[in-house]
Design a protein around this ligand. Structure first.
Ligand code: ZN
Ligand code: ZN
Length: 159
């Protein structure tokens, strides 16, 4: 990975009152290939306050991005905003003048990925019989009705 695609700060540029940095990191820091249910191709915006507190670098702020995630009900890929507004790291200062905290920010984003996701509260999902997306089309299959009437049919048998 190229060095310029990472986020680091030179400690000598942090004044007594700390320093604020804003910017974007490329989606390549995720190191996640696009999957059929997840796509992380947008950059990550960060907004951080950095200060030096008793031999540690204190990094606080927020990170935000937009991913595409498959809806658990209808299986459509939908935009999903991912934001962590509680970024907080203490990194001990060693002899290094430059601190790289790309990995910490990647973790901050990854932990906010939703385990479950639906495109909308009202998502109707797929027909369990024919697989039709019920949000865009009315299901035309008849098996549904058949199964609803299964008891009627058993009754008709008059065993
Ligand atoms: Zn859906
Ligand atoms: Zn159907």
């Amino acid at each position: 990975m190229k060095k310029n695609k990472r986020l680091s700060i030179n400690l000598s540029t942090i004044g007594e009152n700390g320093r604020s940095i804003q910017g974007r990191l490329p989606s390549s820091i995720f190191e996640i290939k696009s999957l059929n249910y997840l796509e992380c191709s947008r950059p990550i915006d960060y907004n951080l306050d950095i200060s030096i507190v008793t031999h540690s670098v204190l990094i606080k702020g927020r990170v935000k991005t937009l991913i595409k995630r498959q809806c658990d009900r209808c299986l459509t890929m939908c935009d999903c905003t991912i934001e962590n507004i509680r970024v907080c790291h203490y990194i001990p200062v060693t002899d290094e003048k430059i601190i790289d905290f790309t990995d910490q920010l990647r973790e901050d984003i990854l932990i906010t990925f939703p385990q479950r996701f639906i495109c909308a509260e009202s998502c109707l999902g797929l027909c369990e019989y024919c697989g039709e997306d019920l949000n865009s089309d009315v299901c035309k299959c008849t098996r549904k009705n058949e199964s609803d009437n299964i008891w009627d049919k058993l009754n008709e048998l008059k065993l």
